[in-house]
Design a protein around this ligand. Structure first.
Ligand code: MN
Length: 228
């Protein structure tokens, strides 16, 4: 069938040390996956099961760079996260088979309109406007498993204008990467091209126009954005 409109472009994320790109299908996110962050948001980490939400495919900002301060918020927050890029998918993937689905890892920021999220939580409304807005998912180039190795420990950090705000370790995740994939595949049919933001350590906070946000994960490089 011919399209009545130009076909929307699939976003590509650069792959480290390669001229090839990773095509994005869906963007899933995990909430409250580090106990200290769950506590700072007023939740009890011992009683939580994984909390999932999503962002639109075209919310990615490959390689970071300049990002426009979004409309309709006066409390934009950063959340540095390990991002898992899937090469294989499926339904009901057992934990033991989940590592074989991973293409590689990246550093991402789950930008959040915290004021809209607080209102949504109060009213039991969806998180789309607080989490799934334009340019809400800046992401570094992807490091393939084949060159970076399996990542379940290592420092994860974020600094605003040179001042460190978040520092944690991937080993502190309540649900491991393999467990996240297993849970998620019980809710959705996962597929090649899917990205999973795996949650943020404690220390989230507001950013304003002109701020320079730099973050990184051991072995996966760094990501920088500037808010316009
Ligand atoms: Mn998050």
């Amino acid at each position: 069938m011919e399209s009545v409109l130009p076909i929307p472009a699939v976003p590509f994320i650069p792959v480290r040390d390669s001229s090839s790109g990773f095509p994005v299908r869906r963007i899933y996110c995990v909430g409250r996956n580090y106990a200290e962050h769950a506590r700072e948001m007023g939740n009890d980490p011992t009683r939580e099961t994984p909390c999932f939400f999503s962002k639109p495919q075209d919310a990615v900002v490959p390689g970071g760079g300049e990002i426009a301060y979004p409309p309709a918020t006066s409390n934009l927050h950063y959340e540095v996260e390990l991002v898992v890029a899937l090469a294989k998918g499926g339904r009901d993937i057992p934990v033991a088979e989940a590592p074989a689905c991973v293409f590689g890892y990246a550093v991402g920021i789950d930008l959040t309109r915290r004021d809209l999220q607080a209102k949504a939580k109060d009213k039991g409304q969806p998180w789309d406007t607080s989490k799934g807005f334009d340019q809400s998912a800046p992401i570094s180039p992807i490091t393939p498993i084949s060159s970076g190795g399996w990542r379940d420990s290592g420092a994860i950090w974020l600094a605003v204008n040179g001042v460190e705000k978040q520092r944690g370790d991937l080993a502190q995740m309540t649900w491991s990467v393999a467990e996240v994939i297993a849970h998620l595949s019980g809710l959705f049919a996962l597929a090649p091209g899917d990205l999973i933001f795996t949650g943020t350590p404690a220390g989230v906070g507001p950013i304003v126009r002109g701020d320079r946000i730099r973050c990184g994960i051991d072995g996966l490089g760094e990501l920088e954005i500037v808010l316009l």
